[in-house]
Ligand binder design. Structure first.
Ligand code: HSE
Length: 434
């Protein structure tokens, strides 16, 4: 006979509704595979009268999540309310009540993960968060379980579905940024506040979680250099394409030889023939290199109701196994601190630079001299034909690898030259081991 796992579901928004519906849809399959029947016993929502377009049994809705935490029958609390302050109170109360907790809340983990993990350990209850990173891709399980025998050398991820959707639609359908963002919102990919999607904050939260699992270090959000897709122009997408690259918002987590951990999120040029360049739409992909396994790649829907609820349901299956297994069932939690955060100015890559310059003699010589003075090599210079009557023309450069700080200093000098008529655009070029 199946064991019954009683769930308290906090939040019935996009992902919460997906969890509820997919538990109904695949309940028999889950019972067959896990030996457990998953029963949603209570659901906390803001408004019990709202029409959600599907049936929820009368009497299981409440407006107070304390009703879930205080219910002795409930085994596991699923936190899908989002935000940080209230979600933090809920997760802490649930762990203190010795309930297993599942959360998809990457902002909460990025900001308070070290305290929540410590609390879960103190209370000896598991905290699961597969849905917090890369939607339907089981990347937490990959790092925690499948690659447990590896030193993680690097992670390069397209880990925000909304941004990737926007960049794809700008590149392929020539949509303006605002139109592409509206589409992503209408499709349910964006966060309630899409600012976190487009300013890179959401991807940074996910990178922080991956860095913790990989290196035992909770990098603080303010230590992560973050740039989003808000300022990416169609012109740069086109120029990048002509140079043999696609622009992707990349989250990068890697360790250098001195055990310094680099965590950053930036729009970056990726070689068109690299597999990450063909990850389009809402899809995410995460390339993980381990010292034993080598290069691995994981791909799937990074946002959306069904994909994200699939990740939550996999955590529910682990929670069921955990009830049967005193040793616990969640993979390791790192205890050693294997590294320290690396200052962004010391991180190294190649760069794409677009300048708007006056079309006069000696401009290229003047600019390349400034770059050479900062000990940075140039691998290509391109100047497309001028269009129209604008007195400014585009000039693109691609550099050899250099420290970010040196590159920023060089651009500061270039911006003050009289031949340069607008703030420079700079993006990283990631050759991804190619
Ligand atoms: N808004 C997020 C994204 C949802 O677009 O990736 C998944 O975390």
């Amino acid at each position: 006979m199946s064991q019954e796992i009683k769930i308290g579901l906090a939040g019935l928004g996009n992902v919460g509704a997906g969890v509820y519906k997919n538990l109904q849809r695949n309940g028999d399959l889950l019972a067959e595979r896990t030996g457990a029947r998953f029963v949603v016993r209570k659901i906390a929502v803001h408004d019990t009268t709202k029409d959600r377009g599907f049936c929820v049994p009368a009497g299981i809705l409440t407006t107070d999540w304390n009703d879930l935490v205080n219910d002795p029958e409930i085994d596991v609390i699923v936190e899908l309310i989002g935000g940080v302050a209230e979600a933090s109170r809920l997760v802490r109360a649930a762990l203190t009540a010795k309930k297993m907790v599942i959360t998809g809340n990457k902002a909460l983990l990025a900001e308070e993960g070290h305290e929540l993990v410590a609390l879960a350990e103190k209370e000896d209850v598991p905290l699961y968060f597969e849905a917090a990173v890369a939607g339907g891709i089981p990347i937490i399980k990959v790092v925690r379980e499948a690659l447990v025998g590896n030193h993680i050398q690097s992670i390069y991820g397209i880990i925000n579905g909304t941004s990737n959707y926007i960049l794809t639609r700008m590149a392929d359908a020539e949509l303006d940024y605002a139109v592409a963002l509206k589409e992503a919102q209408d499709l349910g990919y964006a966060e309630a506040d899409p600012a976190l999607d487009v300013n890179g904050g959401d991807a940074a939260h996910k990178a922080i979680i991956l860095a913790w699992l990989s290196y035992g270090l909770w990098v603080k959000p303010e230590q992560v250099f973050v740039d989003g897709v808000e300022n990416v122009c169609r012109a740069d997408i086109e120029y990048a394409r002509s140079l043999g690259y696609a622009i992707k918002l990349l989250g990068v987590v890697r360790l250098d030889e001195s055990n310094r951990v680099e965590v950053r999120v930036q729009p970056s040029l990726v070689p068109s023939d690299h597999i990450l360049a063909s990850v389009n739409g809402v899809f995410n992909a995460v390339a993980v290199r381990g010292d034993v396994v080598g290069e691995t790649l994981y791909y799937g829907s990074g946002a959306g109701q069904d994909a994200t609820s699939s990740a939550v349901i996999s955590d529910l299956a682990d929670a069921a196994a955990n009830l049967d297994n005193e040793a616990g069932c969640q993979g390791f939690a790192p205890h050693g601190f294997y590294g320290e955060a690396m200052p962004i100015d010391e991180t190294v890559s190649a760069y794409y630079v677009r300048l708007q310059v006056r079309d006069v003699h000696g401009v290229i010589a003047e600019i390349t001299r400034v770059i050479a003075d900062h000990a940075i090599g140039i691998s290509s210079v391109d100047q497309p034909k001028a269009h129209g009557s604008s007195e400014l023309v585009d000039l693109m450069l691609v550099t050899h690898p250099a420290a970010f700080g040196a590159m920023r200093a060089a651009l500061g000098c270039i911006e003050s030259l009289s031949c340069v008529g607008a703030p420079p655009v700079m993006m990283r070029v990631e050759n991804l081991g190619a």
